[in-house]
Structures are given as structure tokens and as C-alpha cells.
Design a protein around this ligand. Structure first.
Ligand code: IVH
Length: 688
């Protein structure tokens, strides 16, 4: 039998190596499922032998108990700040270089100074203390002398090694760097936050920018929440270091230390560059400025550091700012401007987005006149009105957005401010009803087949392989056909002739002929394919099949009441409502008729027997995050089986379906003795 201690150690090493490959080097060697297996095995050993649990075990990244507050930490070596060179012309770098040379007492003809150029990350500084290679403490910068201990939260950052790689780590070493959030992670997080808010979770908030989101996560008292926020890290500096008795690193330059950090397993930005003399500093500033937008995270400038640690020591610091480093900033990614109007735009999928029309403003390197306001709730939450002064943010190629209204604008008396924003009830492009579904943040246009904004998307969907399967009708061609006004609605497809097609750009006679044939062939289809091809919201392939089977004929589906639709297997109120609204739009019905008139046909069948309703009379409540289904999907399935789904637990509740992170509803259900089931048990209650 294997020794659990040895096995645990081997697993830890394996898991840490693979986490580093995955999170730091972005070069995974192991499929996720394999990693999960190893992780589960280690967790099992540690559960059986708690004494084998070590602080560098990957199982310790999940975070422990909720804290009351943070302990204070006195930094052994103060955490300095950097002087900012406000002169963003090349003079700034030259002035810095000249000052360094003067302070070192160098002659005019002495050799140029060597520097390291780095990115100035826009996050928050953190000090990571390793003793004998193991992470023992993480602290924020605080006032530079005293920071806060945030070890638990920092452990959850996968990019930070819990144990330094390699042999002979120093007895004590402090690695410093920046905790930050990538822009894509920030967008995903905020999208999740918006959904939580739309679903009525009152204590949730949307974050202003990645830096605030990162800072908020680091200062979370509940490490489980911190673990859920996607944080990243770059190493860039050294704090206290006590070399081991023999060997161990004792590097003479900043550049060497950056290499050492990398070797220990930390992410170090690839952009670091050794430079000599002012001209090379300026070149780095310019190059990085051009690449800034393409970086996946925010930087607010670059940092120049004297490379030699001996020279750094000689230069020293004044009022917490080293004389050997300077930050050279870029134009800000947030600016203030005025809201001139609020317009509503319709996206390719019918989503309505309120957009602020702005007094032109130079931000993040471009002039911005439009900024997204996301959705109605967001406009109201931020309380943006016409005439307000707002903060606009544009970072990278992310769409500019209105972050917040200046307090001075909010403070104006109501009669001096614009009206509270409301979404229009009709689509501004086609005039169809615009609807907002329950638990959804977005309004959508219901004129899918008719709406000019959705034309291209609707045609592509209709032509897709699993819909009408029109071979050869791809992205580019649809773009051309719509832009040249040859197609306005779906039936126009079947009016395209060989000559028209052959006259298009990059269209050979043979391709034109093939397309005409494909169009002809597509006319013979099936009811499920046709129904799916209409692109009705929430009607996927399998729902289309269920509908076709249940009703047999298209006309019966088009005329079915919501109650009748609810009888179909897997159709809940969300799907039923979506079908009803779609077929209530006269434009949509017209398109269907015209398609039939063009010769699109299928075999119709007889209606099926009534679907069973085994859960009629039972009341369910759903709470927490289910492993596979969204709460809406679970609700639809239950309702389709005849159950009632309520929002809160009471004596009348028959079942509570509980997922991960279930909260007060679970407590209440336990208190009342309600049967508690998980997703799998819920699915087992549904008909075949
Ligand atoms: S070095 C010189 N290097 O900037 C010693 N700091 O104003 C100071 N920062 O709190 C730190 N990127 O959060 C250094 N490559 C970089 C940096 C960097 C961002 C931040 C750091 C610090 C602030 C100093």
C-alpha cells in the first residue's frame, strides 16, 4: 500500500506544477478532468489525514473562515511609491536620466546608465512573504509602513505560487507586485453582477473599473467571495530578503531579480526591457503606448528603474519616493463629459441597448461620442439623465461606457435635471413590441423576421444547417445581399434569380447555380426545422421538435393559446410567452405566409396525445446555483410537468430544489421540514 504522506506530497507537487503551466505559462499539459481527479484524490487523503494538510497544498486556495477584520502588518522594508513624471513628452524621460546622472555625480561624457523599463499596472501593490519557500503572509501596501494582512484572499489567486519553485529558496524573501483584474475577467464579472442585480439580489453591485474590482476582492472579509473574483498578478519588486547560509540568489540588478521571480513561478510581464540612456526610455514609452490597447489589462503608464541595485542604494529616496525610479504616464482612460441625449440601439439579435450621446471627449486615446449604458436598470441605478456630467471610461478596445454621474449633477434640484430614462415599448427600428422578460435585464425587439437591425442574423439562422440548410449561403454573401437591398425579409431569398446572383461580387456562375439549386432544395423541409429556422427566442431545436410532435400542424402552433402551449413537454411560461408574442406580430405571420407561398413546405402530422402532468398540484421553490440548469430552465421544466414554482419557502412548499451556495431559503425549508432535493432528484421527478 502506498504511504499517504508520500502520495500527498507527490500529488501536491504535480498539482502545483500543472496549475503553474495553466495559470502562469498558459500552456496546460493536462486535461481539466485529469487535474480535477488528482485534486479530488489529494482532498480525500487530506480529509482522512488532516495532519498531512500543508499550507502550500492547492486545496488551501479555496479560502477559510469569514474574518472580522484584517490584522495590521508592519513592512520590514517600507513599500515606496513612485514619482510621476507629468511631462509626457520625451523631455520627461530625459529629465529623469539627467537627474539620476547628476545625483550620481557622473561626468557628462560618462557611459549611459542602464535602466529596466516596466509596465505600470493599474491594480494594487501587494507584499508576499515566503519563509523557506512557503507563502506565509500577504499584505497590502497601506501607508507604505503598515498594511493589512490579506493572506487568505491572496491564496485564492491561482497565479501566485504557494511554494517557490526550485531548490534553495532564501530563508526569507518578500516578492512584491501588482494584483489586478484582466479586462475580459472584469467584463464577465460585471455581467454576472448585473444579472444578480436584475434577479433582485440587493447587496450586489457593479464595479466601476478593474482596479476597484480587484481592490474590493483583496479586501473581502469572506475569502469564498474573493476566490470567486478572477484576480491576476505580476511580480516586479523585492522586499526583505535573507539569503540562506549557502548558495541562493544574490543578484546585482533589478533585471536579474525579475528573471528570478519568473523562475520561482511568478508571472512577470513579458514587456520588461533593459534600456540604456534617455532615448531608449522614450522609445519604450512610445512603443508601449501603441500596444497599450491590445494588452488584456489596464496600465496607466510605464516605469523606469535604475537597473543596478548598488546604484539604487546610492541614490536612496526622498519622502517615500525612490530617486532611482519614475513613472511616465499615458492619457487617462476615464474622463468627464456631458450627456447630450440617450438613444436606444437595436443589436443583431434584437437586444435594445441605451446609448449615451456625449459631448465629444478624448479618452483612452480616441475621441468618444457614444457610450453604452447597458440596459434600463443600469441607467436608473446610475441615475443618468440628459444634461448630466458623467465619467466615461474607455480601456483597450472595450466599448466606452458611462461609469457614473458626477455628484454635482446628482445634487441638482429635480426640476433642473432631465427625466428619468425609460425604455421605449416599441422597437425604434421596426416598431414591433419591445419586451422585457421576467428575471432578464434586457429588452428585446419581437419583430425578429422583419426588423432591419436583425435581418442578417435572421437570414443566417434560417439558412443554417440545422434549420433550412441552404448550402453556400454564408456570412459574407448575406452581408452583400442585405447591404445591396436584394433581401429585406426571408421570402426575398426565394425570389433571387440566377442573373442577380451571378452579378454579385466574387460570385462565379457555378456558385450562383449551386446556390439557386440549394435554395430550391431547401423548400422541402420538416416542421421542426422550419419552426427552429424562424429564430424565435427560446425555441431551440428540441423545443421545435416537441412543438411539432404535440401540435402536428404549423397553424395550430401559430394559433395556440399560452395554456395550450404549456401542455407541450418541456414548454414553460417563458417559452410559451415567447411563441405567443412572436406570432402576435402581424409582420412575422406575414413572413410565414409568404414563405409558404414561395413553396416552402413540409409534411404535417396529427396532434399527439396530451402530455402527462405528474407534478400538478405540487409547489416547488428553487434556490442556489444548480450544476447544469439555470434557475429559469429548471422552472420551465417543473412548470411543464404541471408544478407551481414559488419565490419563497412557506408551509405550502412541497419541495425545495437546492443548488450550491443556497442561503436563507434552505434554512427556512429545514426549519419547516420541507423536502429538500438536488437537481438530479428534481429531474427524476419529471416525466420521461
Ligand atoms: S515599483 C519604486 N513597479 O505603482 C518602488 N510599482 O506609485 C515602487 N506599480 O503602489 C514600486 N506597476 O502599485 C513598481 N512595474 C511596477 C509597477 C508599480 C505598478 C504601482 C504599485 C505602487 C505604485 C507606486
Amino acid at each position: 500500500m502506498t504511504d499517504p504522506k508520500k502520495e500527498a506530497a507527490a500529488l501536491r507537487e504535480q498539482l502545483n506544477r500543472h496549475a503553474h503551466l495553466y495559470y502562469v505559462l498558459d500552456a496546460p499539459e493536462l486535461p481539466d478532468a485529469e487535474y480535477d481527479k488528482l485534486f479530488a484524490r489529494l482532498s480525500a487523503i487530506e480529509a482522512e489525514h488532516p495532519e498531512l494538510r500543508t499550507p502550500d497544498s492547492p486545496t488551501q486556495r479555496v479560502g477559510g473562515a469569514v474574518l472580522e477584520g484584517f490584522a495590521k502588518v508592519r513592512h520590514k522594508v517600507p513599500m515606496l511609491s513612485i514619482r510621476t513624471e507629468t511631462d509626457i513628452t520625451s523631455n520627461g524621460a530625459a529629465a529623469f536620466d539627467a537627474r539620476v546622472r547628476r545625483e550620481l555625480g557622473l561626468a557628462a561624457d560618462a557611459a549611459p546608465i542602464d535602466y529596466v523599463c516596466e509596465l505600470k499596472f493599474d491594480g494594487l501593490a501587494i507584499n508576499l512573504r515566503y519563509e523557506h519557500g512557503v507563502l506565509v503572509q500577504a499584505a497590502t501596501r497601506g501607508d507604505g509602513e503598515i498594511g493589512e494582512e490579506v493572506t487568505q484572499n491572496i491564496r485564492t489567486v491561482q497565479q501566485i505560487p504557494l511554494r517557490l519553485h526550485g531548490d534553495k529558496p532564501p530563508a526569507v524573501v518578500e516578492v512584491r507586485g501588482e494584483i489586478y483584474m484582466r479586462r475580459d475577467d472584469f467584463e464577465t464579472l460585471n455581467e454576472r453582477q448585473r444579472q444578480k442585480i436584475a434577479a433582485g439580489q440587493k447587496n450586489e453591485k457593479v464595479f466601476v473599473n478593474p482596479r476597484n474590482a480587484a481592490a474590493g476582492a483583496v479586501r473581502q472579509l469572506d475569502p469564498a467571495i474573493a476566490a470567486d473574483r478572477p484576480l491576476s498578478f505580476f511580480a516586479y519588486g523585492l522586499g526583505e530578503v535573507t539569503p540562506p547560509a549557502e548558495g541562493g540568489p544574490d543578484w546585482p540588478t533589478q533585471f536579474d531579480w525579475l528573471q528570478q521571480f519568473h523562475a520561482w513561478g511568478f508571472p512577470v510581464a513579458q514587456q520588461i526591457k533593459r534600456a540604456s540612456g534617455a532615448a531608449e526610455l522614450v522609445a519604450f514609452h512610445e512603443l508601449t503606448g501603441r500596444e497599450r490597447d491590445a494588452l488584456p489589462y489596464d496600465i496607466d503608464g510605464v516605469v523606469y528603474k535604475v537597473d543596478s541595485l548598488a546604484l539604487q542604494k546610492q541614490l536612496g529616496f526622498v519622502s517615500r519616493e525612490p530617486r532611482w525610479a519614475v513613472a511616465h504616464k499615458y492619457p487617462a482612460q476615464e474622463q468627464v463629459t456631458e450627456v447630450l441625449g440617450i438613444e436606444v440601439q437595436v443589436g443583431r439579435t434584437g437586444k435594445l441597448t441605451p446609448v449615451a450621446k456625449l459631448a465629444p471627449i478624448f479618452v483612452g486615446g480616441v475621441t468618444v461620442t457614444n457610450a453604452t449604458l447597458h440596459n434600463e436598470d443600469e441607467v436608473r441605478r446610475k441615475d443618468v439623465r440628459i444634461g448630466d456630467k458623467v465619467i466615461v471610461r474607455r480601456a483597450g478596445d472595450v466599448i466606452p461606457e458611462v461609469v457614473s454621474v458626477l455628484p454635482e449633477s446628482v445634487a441638482r434640484p429635480p426640476e433642473q435635471r432631465g427625466a428619468v430614462f425609460s425604455m421605449p415599448s416599441k422597437c425604434p427600428v421596426c416598431g414591433s413590441d419591445a419586451l422585457r422578460e421576467e428575471d432578464e435585464a434586457d429588452f428585446r425587439c419581437t419583430g425578429g423576421l422583419f426588423c432591419g437591425a436583425q435581418r442578417k442574423e435572421a437570414i443566417l439562422h434560417f439558412a443554417a444547417r440545422r434549420a433550412l440548410d441552404i448550402e453556400g449561403l454564408g456570412d459574407k454573401l448575406v452581408e452583400q445581399l442585405v447591404d445591396s437591398n436584394l433581401i429585406r425579409t426571408l421570402p426575398d431569398l426565394y425570389k433571387l434569380g440566377l442573373t442577380t446572383l451571378a452579378g454579385l461580387d466574387r460570385m462565379a456562375d457555378k456558385s450562383a447555380r449551386n446556390l439557386v439549386d440549394a435554395l430550391e432544395k431547401s423548400k422541402k423541409t420538416t416542421l421542426p426545422r422550419f419552426l427552429f429556422g424562424l429564430g424565435i427566442r427560446h425555441i431551440g431545436e428540441s423545443t421545435a421538435k416537441d412543438l411539432a410532435k404535440h401540435f402536428g400542424k404549423l397553424d395550430s402552433i401559430m394559433d395556440a393559446s399560452e395554456e395550450a402551449l404549456l401542455e407541450v413537454n418541456d414548454v414553460g411560461p417563458v417559452v410559451a410567452k415567447s411563441l405567443r408574442t412572436f406570432f402576435e406580430q402581424a409582420h412575422n405571420r406575414e413572413v410565414v405566409e409568404q414563405l409558404r407561398a414561395c413553396g416552402v413546405h413540409w409534411e404535417e402530422g396529427e396532434p399527439a396525445a396530451r402530455a402527462p402532468k405528474p407534478l400538478a398540484g405540487k409547489t416547488f421553490v428553487i434556490t442556489g446555483t444548480l450544476p447544469n440548469l439555470s434557475r429559469d430552465e429548471a422552472k420551465d421544466k417543473l412548470e411543464a410537468a404541471g408544478a407551481k414554482v414559488a419565490g419563497s419557502v412557506s408551509k405550502k412548499t412541497d419541495y425545495l430544489v437546492a443548488g450550491a451556495e443556497a442561503g436563507s431559503k434552505l434554512d427556512k425549508a429545514q426549519e419547516l421540514g420541507v423536502t429538500i432535493i438536488d437537481e438530479a432528484q428534481m429531474l427524476a421527478l419529471l416525466p420521461g
